[in-house]
Ligand binder design. Sequence first.
Ligand SMILES: C[S@@+](CC[C@H](N)C(=O)[O-])C[C@H]1O[C@@H](n2cnc3c(N)ncnc32)[C@H](O)[C@@H]1O
Length: 231
Amino acid sequence: MSQTRLDRVREARRTLAAEGPNWVRSEGDFGVVTLPVEDCDAIRDAMAAERPATVVEIGLAYGSSALAIGEALVATGGRRHVIVDPYQESAFRDAGWTAVRGAGLEGISELLRQPSQNALPRLIEEGVVADAAFVDGSHVFHQVFVDVYFLQTLVKPGGLVILDDHWWPGVALASAYFETVMGWTAEPISGTPGRLRALRLPATPATPDFKVLPPFWRDGDLGGHLSVSRS
Ligand SMILES: C[S@@+](CC[C@H](N)C(=O)[O-])C[C@H]1O[C@@H](n2cnc3c(N)ncnc32)[C@H](O)[C@@H]1O
């Protein structure tokens, strides 16, 4: 990939962070919803270290993380960035997709306007194999769990999955299951402390015994947002 193309993506990232998207749902929404620059940089660096050919991303919104992943792909010669978001048009008037296209990433990035629970199994059926994934869609526990569940097949063995908002209980609980029961390993990642969780898939998928379910989370895993009880 030419330096010019990389410069264009970096410039698009700078512009989005400084000026915001071409449309926002309400005043201040961009700052609340989109990933801060330091977390986007952390994702870019972690993704670039993988030298991925294909990355899957769930949750486009205003596109800050998508541009960071696009930068990693362009910098390392990656080919395909599959972004999944059913509400890009209805909730965001395509603001994120406009930013991705404006960055010159349309040759790499594609947007599936479907819920991840529909799109991910379809990608598996099509034979797509991703090297890495970023999850920032619905944060409800069962939805995050289903995202990660499908990613364990969609992402290659030994690949990388990064979760956003690990400080929310649904994300932390889903992550704890895959770490404790399925042998996924947490790796250091920079960015806002406690926000991102980088998980490495095992080289061989675990085959847990259905008769045994170890307690897979500690109360501390659910942070200050503890809203479940074992009693
Ligand atoms: C926190 S925002 C993502 C922020 C984005 N990473 C950024 O940097 O601007 C969450 C996104 O998840 C999307 N979403 C919600 N449910 C989803 C689902 N079932 N499948 C895919 N995306 C979903 C929403 O439309 C929203 O765009």
